[in-house]
Design a binder for this molecule. Structure first.
Ligand code: MN
Length: 196
């Protein structure tokens, strides 16, 4: 079974003006699709061809001979996850069970938001900022390039893509403004809670 490119959970215009339709056309339609196509080409005829995406990531993680497969598989997973983390008219104060967990861990949403933004701002080069569960504790982390919490035994709850292709058409070099826009206007808290 080849890995598939999942449908976007909203229309291409729905995240505007914070993320434009043209960014989604390229980011989803070109970048995400290319990771899917590359992964399927690389696993064809190998023992990984019939494995789930999550199994491919775990089996190839840390194996330098399979770095190409890991990078494409992790990028497929990270992007499918990222799209679900966003929604139109989301963001701001958390709801549901995660709201109390954030208050316990950071004291306030503002403190949490600052730390999440800082993780994205300080990720040198390409990568991802994350909210994860690590041994049952909420943590903000960042990963480089394709790296993903799955490869580190952590449960991903939320992510923001900080590769330049995620924001350059809309924000040019202003990565901090993109991060603020996502955090304040687009977090899908129902999805975050569903990952707990
Ligand atoms: Mn991306």
């Amino acid at each position: 079974m080849p890995v598939i490119l999942p449908e976007l959970p909203y229309g291409k215009d729905d995240l505007a003006p914070f993320i434009s339709a043209v960014t989604l056309e390229f980011h989803y339609g070109k970048h995400h699709k290319a990771y899917v196509d590359n992964l399927n080409k690389m696993t064809t005829g190998t023992g990984l061809a019939d494995k789930s995406l999550e199994e491919i990531i775990r089996l190839s993680a840390g194996d330098s001979a399979q770095a190409g497969i890991f990078n494409n598989a992790a990028q497929v997973w990270n992007h499918s996850f990222y799209w679900q983390c966003l929604k139109k008219a989301g963001g701001g104060q958390p709801t549901g069970a995660v709201a109390g967990m954030i208050k316990d861990a950071w004291g306030s949403f503002d403190k949490f938001a600052d730390e999440l933004k800082n993780a994205g701002v300080t990720q040198f080069g390409s990568g991802w900022a994350w909210l994860v569960l690590d041994n049952g504790k909420l943590k903000i982390t960042k990963t480089a390039n394709a790296d993903t919490p799955l490869a580190h035994g952590q449960k991903a709850l939320f992510t923001i893509d900080v590769w330049e292709h995620a924001y350059y058409l809309d924000y040019q070099n202003r990565r901090p403004d993109y991060l603020s826009a996502v955090i304040q206007n687009m977090i899908n808290w129902d999805f975050v809670n569903s990952n707990l």
